[in-house]
Design a protein around this ligand. Structure first.
Ligand code: CAA
Length: 376
């Protein structure tokens, strides 16, 4: 790590421990979005970490981003998913494929953290099978008429800028799909029901409804029909962010487990001196290190301009499985205390589950990995 990367990691760690941690249990219980905390993250430059400073970003590399994501996620995965979606999906997508006008109008406030973005691909009947988009964007000349429903949208009610994937030419299949920038407040755009979730309960996940929303043509990202590739390319980087989130959740549970097992006594000694606990700690340490190496390799691939479709998918697959496995073990190590909210590990266990589902399930990561390695 460079000195700058270490400084970013330390700043994120301080923020997580001092600002996020005090209210995290309450926000989880009340399903309350960390509004003030996300605002502060924006002021500190964490919402547009990799965006060029000329567009209001922090101009950092992907390694710095995953270091920050790990630290934030050790404490509050609801806040970190907001950071991840804004950085990886929305800012990156706009900076890489947007027009200069789109960047000035939409990217700058998102990168500065003045506004929040959302990425809208999933639908009631199109999750893993993302080409089966039912939302339509009919070409009306100088605007698209957008109709449909999007499901499980992160930052659903806190966002102002939404990247919406929709079908324009069904006869062309995935080549007829477009990505449109939709603003909060456009007529016919309704933020629907909030989901009552198992984990990341502080994150506001909503259904979104589009009823004859007129989206100007200049809000289309890329050429006509580029929307599906836009989604796939954007999600490839998003998966690195979620991999780092999963790593952070696992590492948070590991740190708590180490501390607890040094403190807690049973049968006359600290519990880490019992082999049953020591071996769990050893497996956690090993697998979390392996996950970190995969996450950092994917980030390094992206920074070096190499293809990261496979390394990102591998990192997400492995880190999310590690997060699930070891948060369950962390609860076990904590025993009865692990089952109550005050000790944090039960929340980390609930939060871990979503990392195996969103931005491509573990099964989809295996599809991506197997297809890519078979083409090598
Ligand atoms: N980069 C560029 N293009 C890509 C690509 C990539 N990484 N992956 C696929 N494509 C292109 C293909 O080349 C193909 O284009 P051509 O026919 O022109 O060559 C096109 O996309 C379709 O690809 P496939 O034929 O492979 O499509 P498929 O239907 O077999 O499956 C899939 C593709 C990988 C399974 C895809 O549907 C997928 O990733 N599904 C999961 C969706 C997902 O991750 N959803 C997460 C929701 S977003 C979210 O969770 C955000 C949040 O709020 C936290």
């Amino acid at each position: 790590m460079t000195e700058e990367q270490k400084a970013v990691r330390d700043a994120a760690r301080d923020f997580a421990q001092n600002v996020l941690k005090p209210g995290v249990i309450e926000r989880d219980r009340e399903q309350r979005f960390p509004k003030d905390e996300v605002k502060q993250l924006g002021e500190l430059g964490f919402m547009g970490m990799m965006v060029d400073p000329k567009y209001g970003g922090s101009g950092m590399d992907t390694i710095s981003y995953v270091l920050a994501m790990e630290e934030l996620s050790k404490v509050d995965a609801s806040a970190s998913v907001c950071v991840s979606v804004n950085n990886s999906l929305v800012c990156w997508g706009l900076e890489t494929f947007g027009t200069e006008e789109q960047k000035q109008k939409y990217l700058v406030p998102l990168a500065k953290g003045e506004k929040i973005g959302a990425f809208c691909l999933s639908e009631p009947e199109a999750g893993s099978d993302a080409t089966s988009q039912r939302t339509t964007a009919v070409d009306m000349g100088d605007y698209y008429l957008l109709n449909g429903t999007k499901n499980w949208i992160t930052n659903g009610s806190s966002a102002s800028t939404y990247l919406v994937i929709a079908q324009t030419n069904p006869e062309l299949g995935h080549r007829g799909i477009n990505a449109l920038i939709v603003e909060r407040g456009m007529e016919g755009f309704i933020v629907g029901e909030k989901e009552d979730k198992m984990g990341i309960r502080g994150s506001d996940t909503h259904t979104l409804l589009f009823n004859d929303v007129k989206v100007p043509k200049e809000n289309r990202i890329g050429e006509d029909g580029f929307g599906f590739k836009f989604a796939m390319k954007t999600l490839s980087g998003g998966r690195i962010g979620i991999a780092a989130q999963a790593l952070g959740i696992a590492a948070g549970a590991y740190e708590l487990s180490k501390a607890y097992s040094k403190e807690r006594q049973a049968f006359g000694k600290e519990i880490f001196k019992h082999q049953a606990i020591a071996f769990k700690i050893a497996d956690m340490a090993t697998e979390i290190d392996a996950a970190r190496l995969l996450v950092h390799r994917a980030a390094a691939d992206k920074d070096a301009g190499r293809n990261y479709d496979t390394s990102g998918a591998m990192a997400k697959l492995f880190a999310s499985e590690v997060a699930m496995r070891h948060t369950v073990e962390a609860v076990q190590i904590h025993g009865g205390y692990g089952y109550v909210k005050e000790y944090h590990v039960e929340r980390l266990m609930r939060d871990a589950k979503i990392t195996q589902i969103y931005e491509g399930t573990s099964e989809i990561q295996r599809v991506v990995i197997s297809r890519n390695v078979m083409m090598d």
